[in-house]
Design a protein around this ligand. Structure first.
Ligand code: PLP
Length: 423
């Protein structure tokens, strides 16, 4: 049996209906934007392995930093102790984050980063003796698959089986062009009740919804309304963080600062699962008390894992390098050129670009479901042609590692154009 066959025997994969899923390619090696499976077939990883790997697979600098940390101190508990890589990472990150972000809480993945933010928001008001138990989120948001994160997410078939077991979240429309007023009006109405602890959002780009984009000004208006009512604003930058939008963080486009931020995915250069939630001093101070019960009783075993922090430090040094910044600009320019090339195509409905994110919608007669037939046809066409892309319904997006070469990116565009012709 090869790896793919053994995999089918042993594994339950994420977001997978195994009754209708065949053997899955077994990836055995990666380098830069490329991956190879056990048969020797080559793939271009055009979505940076679910947006986690901007600096390329098997990056030597990251690997060396991890190895050096592993043979110095691989892990130590963060309850009652601290460690050097955690301190160095936070010191560095706080110089890059919006200036009001002062405290960092570590966890393991994007969903836990969101849970921590939601729990901190809810408990902040509990500690104050104030009744604020609800949360506001965008329609079609994605914030992860644990319960709080799931409650805040809007993609129904991800969450529908669990209705009734979720915290109370009310949704407002995403302020895409033309719906800004509607979004603002609905938020205003919700806020009148005084029931809300937080408003959570993916700033500027909703990743899992299919790279839905909206303007910084629209988000600013919503955030200002919330902040006027002291409803905490939570920027979930799990996807958008670390250069994907063309700036370090999507929040860098805003004139308003969020109260909390959630970071994961590219945080550790795609090497080690880790996440963090960042806070203003004011929120942190809301947990200070002579009474121990006012503390945030939340923690994960691998919190502030030194090896993860070392990987993150290496990742940040790569992000800040001239080479990587030039790569981000280069990809952005190429996306713009490709956008103007396909925007007028009769089968292309809409196109959008921000930073290294490119997305377009294919014109279809009926509405395509998230994992519908067109999506599956496109997905398999891309895989057959050695390109890893995961369309969302009729939306195809490209979010390549920053190290992708021009030649590799051109190949991705060519296959995408052929896919448009095919449908
Ligand atoms: C992926 C993602 C999450 C969840 O992260 P996991 O590591 O998969 O738990 C949360 N928010 C956003 C915006 C994401 O893209």
């Amino acid at each position: 049996m090869n790896l793919s066959e053994k995999d089918q025997l042993y594994h339950w994969h994420p977001y997978t209906q195994h009754q209708t899923t065949g053997l899955l390619p077994a990836i055995v090696k990666g380098e830069g934007a490329l991956l190879w499976d056990e048969t020797g077939k080559e793939y271009i990883d055009a979505i940076a392995s679910w947006w986690v790997n901007p600096y390329g697979h098997a990056n030597k600098l990251v690997a060396d930093a991890i190895y050096a940390q592993l043979i110095t101190l691989e892990h130590v508990l963060f309850g009652g102790f601290t460690n050097e890589p955690a301190v160095r990472l936070s010191e560095k990150l706080l110089t890059l984050l919006p200036s009001n972000q002062k405290k960092i809480f570590f966890s393991d993945n994007g969903s836990t980063a969101v849970e921590v933010a939601l729990k901190a928001a809810l408990q902040y008001f509990y500690n104050q003796g104030e009744q604020r138990t609800k949360v506001i989120a965008f329609e079609d948001a994605f914030h992860g698959d644990t319960f709080g994160a799931m409650a805040s997410s809007g993609i129904t078939f991800f969450t529908e089986a669990f209705q009734g077991s979720l915290i109370h979240v009310d949704r407002i429309p995403v302020p895409v062009q033309g719906r800004e007023g509607e979004s603002l009006a609905q938020l205003e109405k919700l806020l009148q009740t005084g029931d809300y602890a937080a408003f959570i959002f993916e700033p500027l780009v909703q990743g899992a919804a299919g790279m839905v984009m909206y303007a910084p000004e629209a988000l600013e208006a919503l955030m200002k309304l919330c902040q006027a009512q002291k409803v905490f604003t939570i920027a979930d930058e799990v996807m958008t963080g670390f250069g994907k939008t063309g700036k370090n963080f999507a929040c860098d486009y805003l004139g308003v600062q969020p109260d909390m931020m959630c970071l994961s995915k590219a945080l550790t250069a795609g090497a080690i699962p880790m996440a963090l939630t960042t806070f203003t001093q004011e929120i942190f101070d809301g947990f200070l008390d002579a009474d121990v019960n006012k503390a945030l009783f939340h923690g994960h075993t691998f919190t502030a894992n030194p090896t993860g922090c070392a990987a993150a430090l290496a990742g940040l040094s790569l992000l800040e390098s001239d080479e990587m910044q030039a790569n981000i600009q280069r990809i952005h320019q190429k996306h713009l050129a490709f956008q103007s090339q396909i925007a007028q195509h009769s089968k292309v409905k809409t196109t959008r670009v921000l930073g290294v994110v490119f997305a377009f919608e294919i014109k279809t007669d009926n509405t395509e479901s998230y994992y519908g037939n067109l999506r599956n046809k496109l997905y398999h066409f891309f895989i057959e042609n050695g390109i890893i892309l995961r369309p969302v319904g009729n939306i195809v997006y490209i979010l390549p590692p920053y190290v992708i070469t021009d030649q590799q990116l051109d190949k991705v565009y060519q296959i995408v154009e052929r896919a448009i012709e095919m449908v």
